[in-house]
Design a protein. Structure first.
Length: 276
């Protein structure tokens, strides 16, 4: 059975890009007689606002979507710690105290996520008075698991290449897990068989596939759909002030009609779909 999910973070209102992603996941599950899950990713410290999770549910109802809700990330902290402990026992994690500014200044190579960490802390002593993040030694991890493959429904079979990101953070300084670790563990726990998300997260799948191999997790398939762009050709984003679904809903717009427009790619003025 196909199981998909929509996993928003309650640190800002949903916008049309979120609506499109939720609709894609919902429709793929419905067409196959499967399940569409809602998971609230609420471990982003003070940025997470519990009241927004309720708004998300109202938004999805307004769009005409039905879902099964699974436990939020804040209930899963122990599973993240257990996975990190397991990776540490494999000697695949090391502490890092570098700031983003220090990494940007010292990095000479860039990845799809920005500057690649140059390994400053890998053999350095740790200051007990400073916060610590934990990084995955990607080279050692990749050597441990060997060749990896993963399947994208739109792009076809992919050869795993986690080295493109360098040593990614798995446990953040102030949070129990990074997106890479939390999303990978949660999808396995929820029985997700088809991970649907925007094409901007395509490359992150190389890291997720590596984590699945290391932690002996089931391997889903992926469906990385195009993303919606604003009139400047940039991805819709909360921080860029993209119009929220709550604003449209409160203005009396028809959510079911909007959902049908997104399905048919009859997009609102100023909004376009990323080209292949």
């Amino acid at each position: 059975m196909i199981v998909t999910r929509f996993a928003p973070s309650p640190n800002g209102h949903l916008h049309l890009g979120h609506a499109y992603s939720a609709i894609v996941a919902h429709d793929l599950a419905q067409a196959a007689g499967g399940r569409f899950l809602l998971r609230i990713e609420d471990i982003d410290g003070e940025r997470s606002k519990p009241e927004l999770a309720h708004e998300f549910r109202r938004d999805l109802e307004w769009l005409g979507l039905a879902w099964d809700e699974v436990p939020a990330q804040s209930t899963r902290i122990q599973s993240y710690r257990a996975a990190a402990d397991r990776l540490a026992e494999m000697k695949l994690l090391y502490p890092c105290q570098c700031t983003r500014a220090e990494i940007a200044e010292s990095a000479s190579v860039h990845s799809p996520e920005g500057p690649i960490y140059p390994g400053t802390c890998k053999c350095a002593s740790i200051d007990a008075d400073k916060p610590v993040a934990w990084r995955l030694d990607v080279e050692r991890a990749a050597e441990r698991v060997g060749n990896l493959m993963w399947q994208d429904e739109l792009a076809g079979e992919q050869i795993g290449n986690p080295r493109i990101f360098g040593d990614v953070i798995l446990v953040r300084k102030a949070l129990p897990a990074s997106y890479h670790l939390a999303a990978t563990l949660d999808d396995a726990a929820d029985g997700v068989t088809l991970v649907t998300r925007g094409r901007d997260l395509f490359q992150a799948t190389h890291i997720h596939r590596l984590l699945q191999a290391l932690l002996e997790l089931p391997v889903p398939r992926w469906h990385h759909h195009p993303i919606l762009l604003d009139e400047e050709g940039k991805k819709l984003a909360k921080r860029r002030g993209s119009a929220s679904l709550a604003d449209l809903r409160n203005a009396g717009e028809d959510g079911s009609l909007l959902a049908e427009q997104l399905r048919s790619q009859n997009l609102p003025a100023g909004i376009s779909l990323e080209k292949a």
